[in-house]
Design a protein around this ligand. Structure first.
Ligand code: KIV
Length: 259
């Protein structure tokens, strides 16, 4: 399969369901790519899934560049996007442009993902005008958790649906190639998906989006904390890890390894 670009990715809307997944290291990226995912997101969820933080808020630009570069080094031929971390999008244009530049140049990624709605559209339009492909992210934005008080579902009221449609349209106008829609009422997701020409990739947003994204440790059954109720575990990788480590510890203690 030829490598997708952000342009050809965009054209997948209405053609077939799009599959996205997170990855934070070269090893996992290779397995995800082998399975045929359309795009890998180096999400700031690296913070709460892999680095031991409670939220994505402590994740820094340096961390994202570090993990983004590792995924790109896997040279999988799969499209790679890297998250812009907490608060970076809310600096003035010069710093925002420089943060996106760092992600693109230091990691070699194909795109930057930015959490934000209509209020960020003018800033995002300047980033896309600078030649940087942007993946939008609306609905629940985990970087807002301290203001929201909890990870809450969006799109439950007509007013919220209107706001989400306005957000999606503003981002489309700003030139994003796709939008992640997180934790949103399923019927609302259907309406938002129909309102724009770019692919809407849902997570906890039901079956009516153009595609789905899941956090890799959640779908693999590796996450040690709780996982969101919408996640389906497609493997029990934790059981394999436990078996492997326990076998190693026992073999050394019992002098069965090395032989
Ligand atoms: O950081 C992340 O993993 C994300 C996904 C939840 C879409 O933004």
């Amino acid at each position: 399969m030829p490598k997708l670009t952000t342009h050809t990715f965009r054209k997948l809307k209405g053609q077939r369901p799009i599959v996205a997944v997170t990855s934070y290291d070269a090893l996992t990226a290779r397995y995800a790519a082998e399975a045929g995912v359309d795009i890998i997101l180096v999400g700031d969820s690296v913070g709460d899934t892999m680095l031991g933080f409670d939220t994505t808020i402590p994740v820094t630009l340096d961390m994202m560049c570090h993990h983004g570069a590792a995924v790109v080094r896997a040279r999988t031929g799969t499209l790679v996007a890297v998250d812009l971390p907490f608060a970076e999008a809310h600096h003035g244009h010069d710093r925002l442009l420089d943060s996106c530049r760092r992600i693109m140049q230091e990691t070699g990624a194909d795109a930057v993902k930015i959490e934000g709605g209509a209020e960020l559209a003018p800033a995002i339009a300047r980033i896309t005008a600078a030649g940087i492909p942007v993946w939008g992210h609306i609905g629940l934005r985990p970087q807002q958790v301290l203001v929201l008080g909890r990870y809450k579902k969006f799109g439950a009221t007509p007013g919220e649906i209107e706001t989400l449609i306005a957000d999606a349209r503003a981002l489309e106008q700003a030139g994003v190639f796709s939008i992640v829609l997180e934790l949103t009422d399923h019927e609302a997701a259907r309406k938002i998906t129909a309102a724009v020409s770019v692919p809407l990739i849902g997570i906890g947003a039901g079956p009516h989006c153009d595609g789905q994204i899941l956090v890799a440790p959640d779908l693999l059954g590796l996450t040690t904390g709780g996982i969101p109720s919408f996640v389906q575990q497609f493997a029990d990788a934790a059981a394999e890890y436990r078996k492997g480590f326990a076998g190693y510890v026992a073999a050394v203690r019992e002098k069965k390894f090395p032989r």
